[in-house]
Design a protein around this ligand. Sequence first.
Ligand SMILES: C[S@@+](CC[C@H](N)C(=O)[O-])C[C@H]1O[C@@H](n2cnc3c(N)ncnc32)[C@H](O)[C@@H]1O
Length: 248
Amino acid sequence: MYSKKGEFNRKRSEMYASAMKNAYDARKNELKLFDDSFRYGKKFFKIVDFGAGNAFLSNYLADHFSESYVFALDPSLEMLTSNINKRIKSINDIEKINNNSVDAIFSLAAFHHVTNKKMILRKMHQILKKNGLIFIVDVCDKSVNQRFFDEIVSKYSITGHDFDFLNKDWMRYLAKESGFVLKKVKQNEIYWEFENEKQAILFVKNITGLKMRTDKLRNYILTNFEIKKSKSQFLLRWPLGYFVLEKK
Ligand SMILES: C[S@@+](CC[C@H](N)C(=O)[O-])C[C@H]1O[C@@H](n2cnc3c(N)ncnc32)[C@H](O)[C@@H]1O
């Protein structure tokens, strides 16, 4: 209802899982952006990881919120198959979650995939308890990674990629329209971390499901992304926005 049908199909999900398996720590700095949520001082018992994929963030949340129960929510059953621990329950439809039952919703790298963002926020408003919180980390408009998605991924990904990315003003509007207060917006300068260039290029290719020549992709990455190199590391700048919304 809120997603592009068949986007994370079996082949796309396999490529995603392969990227994550071969360089699991590459994205660890993305998880750390959620550490800010720990400072809200609340005990979250029922948490939703929205667009959970193969539970990269769900596992992190289950580890930190040790008394909580995490719903790993994703419309793609192929994405949901791996990495589920006993306090993580995978579900594929937000309609299965009871109204006024959720303490907090977290989402990593998934919100841009939602086709009707206002509608999903209204749905999130229904399932959250009063003063419930949403923490979103995602690629934002007018960033190097947004340009990469629009110039390369939309053309060469095996399932395409045509989505609208958030910015601060749009999120403020969406929040107001759906009964939230936008409490925080932050742009974060983070890096994906690899052992070497080869690992990085393969990771980018698989995580975005690209069917394109590796030398062409390498050329795009080296020309467009900011890179920091040392003998044992290859760091690729991957800026991400962070948004916190509170149910009024
Ligand atoms: C780039 S992956 C991110 C997965 C995971 N959060 C991570 O960081 O590895 C985007 C995920 O969003 C999911 N997705 C797409 N549309 C969605 C929707 N309307 N509601 C929830 N999840 C959605 C996809 O199936 C996919 O698993």
